[in-house]
Design a protein around this ligand. Structure first.
Ligand code: GJV
Length: 463
């Protein structure tokens, strides 16, 4: 009935087909399964559309849908789920390389790794995957004595990198290969695979997939991965100024009541992560916790989007194969999950969660120390800064309260460089002030679908 009202408007609803399953989080959203046909009434934003399924209406993530009747190949935008033209196009210009090279914490960490392992790098074959302007390859050539460095770069920057390598007298050792690492042909296996592949929230861009494929194909048995491990860290935090700027602002601007705009503000500012957020360590409500950890030697591409249930790993021997297949099927979920358990250390306003990553480079020297790049609030700022996920509404918390839950990273089934981040959490509080020993229990879920390149979100960091 509501539908008809909408239909009277100028734009007739269009029929879309679901490309994969979607589970709603919150009453505003609509769940559907692969193949469902949905009527899209309103493309309210680039990411979320207002759609109908069997008489029920709600928000749906636009990227999960394809126009009905369009063959996969018909839709030009579906031709390249990796968006390589746009992606490598951006890396073909200087802007992003300037940003990365100006990030001293990042660049100096890689230099430190080379310097502190220079003895072990002697006569080794190195691959620098996604070398950009070739900085890591040139560090290798100048600070150690590898026999060969293959500097692999898919963007047109590779042409300039070749020139830089020559200009800096590294051409004897560094060979620049222009092309996607996936299509690479090398005359030999490599001893060390080094790459700076990390995106926002560690995984955005999913360049890690290219690194894992190169590892499986080109790293010799017993070869070394740099980084050797990576982790996504999370902390509950205050974000008072962002809250004030985007939400409290509408309370009484110029003496007028603008509060009817607050739900809109909530939808616009809080349903997507805020990238490039620099959190003050004072705003962390407790110590951070690693929610996702990747061992770069063992992680598989499929682990980036599928998690297996416990039974998959602990197969009871006595069950029949048939039963096992059923059980494995029911325990495999199309997502990566991590658990967290925080104990609030000081009273404050819980506005959201902040995420960042760390990566570790194991030492090749006897007794050598692991080098770490930490992009968190207690380390020097990097161009990644941190990522803020705002709650629907702030919550007062007290020392001793516990916040536990999980984070779900669901790789976009269509756009391979993107993912959805959902946080599910519960607070248990036993404060005896106003609530007089009542144990408070809040649960919230929010979900952020990201369809756009992180490139749109990076802003320069002047270090
Ligand atoms: N093959 C070759 N070069 C690549 C590939 C690939 N599969 N993927 C990315 N690059 N840390 N978030 C290049 C890309 O063109 C750019 O120069 C660099 O790797 C990205 C490194 C920084 N991005 C990041």
């Amino acid at each position: 009935m509501q539908t008809e009202k909408v239909e009277e408007e100028d734009d007739a609803p269009e029929e879309y087909v679901a490309l994969c399953d979607f589970t709603a989080s919150g009453s505003e959203q609509l769940s559907f399964i692969t193949g469902d046909k949905l009527l899209v009434h309103n493309k309210s934003s680039a990411d979320w559309w207002w759609a109908e399924l069997q008489g029920v209406i709600g928000y749906v993530p636009a990227s999960y849908l394809r126009l009905d009747g369009a063959e996969e190949g018909d839709d030009a935008s579906l031709e390249d789920p990796w968006q390589d033209d746009e992606y490598f196009g951006s890396y073909g210009t200087l802007r992003l390389h300037l940003e990365m090279l100006s990030d001293r914490s990042r660049t100096e960490t890689y230099r430190q790794v080379i310097v502190s392992n220079s003895a072990s790098l002697r006569d080794k074959v190195v691959m620098d995957l996604g070398c950009g302007t070739g900085i890591i390859s040139m560090f290798c050539a100048q600070l150690a004595k590898p026999s060969m460095v293959y500097a692999v770069e898919a963007s047109s920057m590779a042409e300039h990198t070749r020139q830089l390598v020559k200009q800096n007298g590294c051409e004897e050792v560094v060979t620049v290969l222009q092309g996607r690492a996936e299509e690479l042909e090398l005359p030999e296996q490599v001893d060390i695979l080094v790459s700076e592949w990390m995106g926002n929230c560690l995984l955005f861009e999913f360049m890690v997939e290219s690194v894992l494929l190169a590892r499986d194909r080109w790293l010799r048995d017993g070869g070394v991965m740099w980084p050797s491990s990576a982790a996504l860290a999370l902390v509950p935090c205050q974000a008072d100024s962002y809250y004030t700027e985007t939400m409290a602002f509408w309370e009484r601007p110029y003496g007028l009541d603008f509060t009817p705009l607050q739900p809109l503000a909530q939808q616009e500012f809080f349903t997507k992560p805020k990238f490039s957020h620099l959190i003050d360590p004072e705003d962390c409500l407790c110590a951070p916790c690693d929610v996702i950890c990747l061992n770069m030697y063992t992680v598989q591409v499929r682990d980036l989007e599928v998690s297996n249930g416990l039974l998959y790993y602990k197969r009871p021997q006595f069950l029949s194969v048939y039963l096992l297949i059923l059980m494995e099927h029911s325990f495999i979920s199309q997502e990566m999950t991590g658990e967290f358990q925080f104990c609030v250390e000081k009273p404050g306003i819980f506005h959201g969660f902040t995420a960042w990553f760390t990566v570790q480079f194991e030492s090749l020297e006897m007794g050598g120390a692991t080098v770490e790049l930490n992009t968190g609030p207690n380390s020097d700022p990097t161009h990644w800064k941190q990522t803020l996920f705002m709650l629907d509404r702030p919550i007062q918390v007290y020392a001793g309260d516990s916040i536990h839950g999980n984070i779900v990273l669901r790789r976009n089934p269509v756009w391979r460089r993107h993912m959805t981040v959902a946080l599910h959490w519960t607070i248990n509080s036993n404060t005896d002030d106003s609530q007089a020993n009542i144990s408070l229990h809040y649960t919230s879920i929010f979900i952020n679908v990201l369809l756009f390149s992180w490139l749109l979100f990076t802003s320069s960091l002047h270090l």
